[in-house]
Design a protein around this ligand. Structure first.
Ligand code: NAD
Length: 246
């Protein structure tokens, strides 16, 4: 039986790579994203390469939209075996004392509230199935902090606290919950936030000398989502070229 995998933020750089990697593992993949145009484009691009995925548009920081989306998935697929929470991003950068509450809330909602809501939407199903794997995308910034990105660092650290707590609550049900903490990954969004010279300089500070590729993150997710990781729960897998070691 194919596993049913839901990938949030599936229209973005890392989300697409995760979706394609899980599809290669014979999963039936459902992408969720707030960006309708980008989501439909990903479906069309994948189709050209012979990869079939379903896309559903939703703002995953909104409780009603998450509930309605997962109700649709439950009625069409009957189950969810794998949930990968990729949706998020650092979005707003401000000096701490100038951080507007509105922007703080937007970053927390996109990264942490979306993860909470999507996990909550599948927990009942996975407990009943007595199986399931959830992988949440955090960030190396949860460990290092990052100037002007207090909301993002807090949200991604929050994702780790949520991951460990949910792992404990679900351990006896055969449901595993883990996190991946990427370092700098070469996606269009990240690349666009650097000048060429800053990009080169920043990459010199990575011990391996270069940023990661989206496929590097996808491999880590695929492992944690697979039965090969059947005794691994509550853990964080770092994919950062040696930038941070924990
Ligand atoms: N690229 C990196 O260097 C890096 C490093 C560490 C962590 N991360 C994390 O990995 C994830 C993916 O990053 P990426 O570089 O692929 O970024 P990206 O911007 O390409 O992808 C993020 C996707 O999330 C979607 N999204 C945002 N808010 C949403 C919401 N409320 N509801 C539904 N979808 C929403 C966006 O539309 C986008 O398609 C993010 O959580 C990011 O914080 C990225």
């Amino acid at each position: 039986m194919n596993k049913i995998a839901v990938v949030t933020g599936g229209a973005g750089g890392i989300g697409q790579a995760v979706a394609e990697r899980l599809a290669t593992d014979q999963c039936s993949v459902i992408l969720l994203d707030i960006n309708d145009d980008a989501g439909n484009q990903v479906v069309a691009d994948f189709r050209k390469r012979g990869v079939e995925v379903i896309f559903l548009c939703a703002d995953l920081s909104q409780e009603a939209q998450v509930e309605a989306t997962f109700a649709k998935i439950k009625s069409s697929q009957g189950r969810v075996d794998i949930l990968v929470n990729v949706a998020g991003g650092s979005m707003h950068r401000h000096k701490f004392e100038d951080f507007p509450v509105k922007n703080w809330q937007a970053v927390i909602d996109a990264n942490l509230t979306s993860t909470f809501l999507c996990c909550r939407a599948v927990v009942g199903m996975m407990k009943a199935q007595k199986s399931g794997a959830i992988v949440n995308i955090s960030s190396d910034i949860a460990f290092s902090g990052s100037e002007n990105r207090s909301a993002y660092a807090a949200a991604k650290a929050g994702v780790l606290g949520l991951t460990k707590t949910l792992a404990l609550e679900l351990a006896t049900f055969g449901v595993r919950v883990n996190a991946v903490a990427p370092g700098r990954i070469d996606t269009p969004r990240v690349r666009a936030s650097y000048t060429e010279s800053d990009w080169q300089e920043a990459n010199k500070r990575i011990p391996m000398g270069h940023p990661g590729a989206v496929e590097d993150v996808a491999e880590a997710v695929a492992y944690l989502a697979s039965d090969a990781a059947k005794h691994v729960t509550g853990q964080t897998l770092h994919v950062n070229g040696g930038r941070i070691m924990h």
